[in-house]
Design a binder for this molecule. Structure first.
Ligand code: NDP
Length: 336
């Protein structure tokens, strides 16, 4: 078993030295457990939080422990009645080639003849569900409203924009660099796409939203949030999904205290600002799997993957993702 463990807790941006590759004998399942061979590993921004000590919505990875992560895995050996050798399953088996997990913990069985199995880690899995649930329960875009989302070429943002389009909204996507911008506009069908690193980004966003912003699906924070704030309409909804621009911050940024102005805006513009973790809406998951599966088969929702070959490359790919090095859902292909 080859595995990648947390070697040290990063100060700011993680470095390759914060990870360590280890080799260990294959683990043996006990009653109720299964032995898995991991085929695909998902790399996601939330993993940066797990590298820190201290409380978040999930427990941190301990030093020396295998890095956490969603996987598409093959059952090699099963001591659980629901699973048989050869089954392909959605699991949470971490940054390693093999794992023993409780049979009960496996999320769903995947059909190798259906959608590409790795979509269960992206558009047809946790990130796609995040977009689906956050829009449906908090964003609630109405026909003709303006929806803005950043990290728009990533699995969450790309799905947010396309679902909002299906619901009749006008969608503005924000991404880093010309290739991502044209992908978001031309391949994903957003009405407008903007580069957050362009000169006068705030002015361009204002020009792209002549009727203001009704839904801002918050994935990033930082300068994008600053540019969005003055454009928010009365009764705008802000699902707060992620703040990836800040995950490597080590201290509050310098500047005046803007909390009173922010709270005043929330008050006077009747804003709904609601943080959520996708699991809050887990009751919607079966419906999501069905509806998104149909959208994907009909070609109404598109997705892009960024595939890295080989587990050993996971750390550098993950580090890069936090500053936009990925282009599409970041996946590690562990082996056939
Ligand atoms: P992505 O694949 O979109 O990767 C993150 C992207 O963030 C980068 O590619 C980069 O894209 C963008 N980014 C990084 N820094 C900045 C910055 N300073 N300003 C603007 N954009 C930046 O990730 P996901 O789609 O998987 O996740 C998107 C967000 O959703 C994350 O914040 C994540 O934590 C959150 N999330 C929340 C969940 C929840 O339950 N609440 C569940 C899943 C995800 P670019 O090059 O375009 O700038």
């Amino acid at each position: 078993n080859t595995r990648i463990v947390l070697a040290s807790r990063p100060e700011g941006a993680p470095t390759p030295a914060d990870f360590r590759i280890e080799h260990a004998p294959l683990p043996t399942p006990r009653n109720g457990q299964v032995l898995l061979r991991n085929r695909w590993l998902s790399l996601d921004p939330y993993m940066r939080g797990r590298m820190n000590a201290g409380r978040s919505y999930a427990a941190p990875v301990e030093l020396g422990e295998v890095m956490d992560g969603g996987t598409v895995s093959e059952v090699v050996q099963s001591l659980h009645p629901a699973w048989s050798p050869g089954d392909l399953v959605l699991a949470h088996a971490g940054w390693q080639t093999h794992a023993v997990v409780d049979g009960e913990s496996l999320r769903r069985k995947l059909d190798p003849a259906g959608l590409p199995v790795q979509t269960a880690l992206g558009v047809h899995g946790m990130p796609g569900f995040t977009a689906y649930a956050g829009l449906r329960e908090i964003g609630k875009p109405q026909h003709g409203e303006t929806v803005v989302v950043a990290a728009a070429s990533g699995p969450v943002g790309a799905t947010v924009g396309q679902i909002a389009k299906l619901q009749g909204a006008r969608v503005v996507g924000i991404a880093g660099g010309p290739d991502k911008v044209s992908h978001v506009r031309d391949d994903l069908g957003f009405d407008v796409a903007l580069d957050h690193r362009a000169d006068d980004f705030a002015g361009r966003l204002a020009a792209a939203c002549p009727d203001g912003i009704d839904v801002y699906f918050e994935n990033v924070g930082g300068a994008v949030f600053d540019a969005v704030l003055p454009l928010l309409n009365d009764f705008a909804r802000i699902p707060v999904c992620g703040l990836v621009a800040h995950y490597n911050d080590t201290a509050p940024r310098n500047g005046p205290d803007r909390v009173p102005q922010l709270m005043s805006l929330i008050l006077t513009r009747h804003l709904t600002v609601r943080g959520f973790i996708q699991r809050d809406f887990i009751a919607l998951y079966p419906e999501f799997v069905r509806e998104m599966g149909q959208w994907l088969r009909e070609g109404r929702i598109r997705y892009r993957e960024d595939v890295v070959e080989g587990l050993v490359h996971a750390p550098e790919a993950f580090i890069g993702m936090l500053t936009g090095g990925n282009f599409g859902k970041l996946l590690v292909k562990i082996g056939d």
